[in-house]
Design a protein around this ligand. Structure first.
Ligand code: ZN
Length: 481
């Protein structure tokens, strides 16, 4: 092969991809209206959205073929040339989903980053980059780099989502995060700068110091995990103050299932007298949000919903076993085609959260798909106890359903002396000295939701460690045979 010609194709397809991204980026630096950051994109017809997606697919596939070893190998293996995949329909029909295992194999074979990226070391050096690591609850961390082009695209997409979540002039955002390599907090940071909203960084301090910032500087929005929202509220109470009387009006959560876990959501919203909103996404399909809460995300009746951004990503739900697409309204696992980055476009990546999609227009006016019931758990997180499968969030609902249960709890899976796998729920409760009634109630709530018998340990308040970032609720000590 002629190396000069190959380089020419790599550059040409890159230029075309970057032009395509620019072409469809509207309202770059300021909102187009009070209601929508990008009014035309946010309320585009379904046909218009599909046309944008098709134009992006037609540009990104040749770009990946010429610039990413991972994608070229996969297209070759499937017997495809870039011209075979020009639309979303082509993609769904011809390109099987990519899962984390396939990405991990590539990273192990080609350390430390793998070959999925469309950036050569020369382009990386020219653009500059920032590293992020996935914070998934299972497996080794997966590492990703994003360039300043990605950061700009990400800040724009996130500003659209934050605007939809009612972040406005007059708000002050307290970033209750350690500023580790988590794409969520950094992506929000850059979006807030674009939106010209005040930011208080909250890294490198303990909960008491953070509580004092809330009381003294009166931020209106807190960015934090759901577990930490509970913890920080309790710390404020321990200082003799009332979280409901602070200036906080919005709790912006991510990192753990939040809005979807009704009992936890209500407990947190009640503690703070504030509305909970969330981002949904994954490091692989970043550096921007996948889903966000609009004004209609918590209806009076019916399930909660999370909006997705369809002009920058293609969202599908597939069957958990066959990985074939299922119709809207059917439960399955999320798949994302990410079309908003130079370094890491993804074609049909299996994000793997259970939900169902609705593509009818939302009462907020947006036309993009919504995840109904939001996201209650990732397939990787399913607990399998003697063949009975359940999500940690179902157990969380059960514990929270019992009046007076503490904020922290844990699930311990172990193998008993008879070789039987058993589960114990450990929670804190003021009635720990007479635990029988609490234990009976918790066991009953778990049985109703998960159809499984559990042992219950009722502990004195303050026994379990406080969650500082993401809660580690499940401890699996089963002997593996
Ligand atoms: Zn909406």
């Amino acid at each position: 092969m002629n190396a000069v010609a190959a380089e020419g194709r790599a550059d040409k397809t890159r230029a075309r991809w970057l032009e395509t991204l620019e072409h469809f980026r509207e309202d770059r630096d300021a909102p187009g209206s009070q209601q929508y950051w990008s009014p035309r994109l946010d309320t585009a017809t379904r046909d218009e959205l599909r046309a944008i997606q098709d134009a992006k697919v037609a540009a990104v596939v040749p770009f990946l073929y010429e610039n990413s070893a991972f994608y070229r190998r996969r297209l070759d293996r499937l017997g495809l040339v870039p011209d075979d995949v020009r639309t979303v329909d082509d993609l769904i029909a011809k390109w099987p989903v990519v899962d984390k295992a396939e990405m991990a194999e590539d990273a192990i074979a080609n350390p430390p980053y793998g070959t999925y990226t469309a950036m050569s070391e020369t382009v990386w050096a020219e653009r500059g980059w920032m590293m992020f690591a996935s914070s998934g609850s299972t497996g080794a961390p997966r590492v990703f780099r994003y360039s300043h082009v990605d950061r700009e695209m990400g800040a724009w997409a996130n500003a659209r989502a934050l605007h939809a979540m009612d972040f406005r002039k007059g708000d002050t955002v307290f970033m209750v995060t350690g500023y580790g390599p988590h794409v969520w907090a950094w992506g929000v940071q850059y979006a807030l700068e674009k939106m010209r909203l005040p930011i208080i960084p909250g890294g490198g301090m303990d909960a008491r110091a953070r509580a004092n910032i809330v009381l003294r500087y009166q931020p209106t929005i807190l960015l934090l995990t759901p577990s930490y929202a509970l913890h920080l509220g309790r710390v404020i109470e321990s200082l003799g103050a009332d979280p409901r009387k602070t200036a906080v009006r919005t709790l912006f959560v991510a990192g753990e299932p939040g809005v979807s876990v009704k009992a936890t959501r209500e407990r947190i919203q009640d503690l703070w007298g504030a509305r909970m909103v969330e981002f949904y996404g994954c490091t692989e399909a970043s550096p921007h949000v996948g889903g966000f809460s609009c004004a209609a995300s918590q209806p009076e009746t019916g399930p909660v919903a999370t909006h997705l951004l369809e002009d920058i990503q293609v969202w599908e739900v597939v069957d958990a076993q066959t990985r074939q697409p299922v119709p809207d309204g059917t439960r399955g696992l999320t798949v994302c085609t990410n079309l908003n980055t130079e370094s890491s476009p993804q074609l049909r990546f299996l994000v793997g959260d259970y939900t169902m999609l609705d593509r009818t227009r939302c009462t907020c006016g947006r036309t993009h798909a919504r995840a109904i019931g939001s996201f209650a758990g990732r397939a990787d997180d399913l607990i399998n106890l003697r063949g009975i499968k359940m999500f940690p969030t179902q157990l969380e609902e059960a514990v929270r359903a019992v009046a007076g249960s503490g904020d922290e709890f844990e699930i311990v899976l172990a193998t008993n002396p008879d070789g039987l796998d058993v589960m114990t729920v450990r929670l804190e409760h003021a009635s720990h000295e007479t635990p029988h009634e609490v234990a009976r109630l918790v066991a009953s709530e778990v049985r109703t939701r998960c159809e499984v018998q559990v042992a219950v340990d009722v502990l004195a308040p303050g026994t379990l460690p406080k969650t500082e970032f993401k809660a580690k609720r499940v401890r699996d000590e089963r002997s593996k045979t």
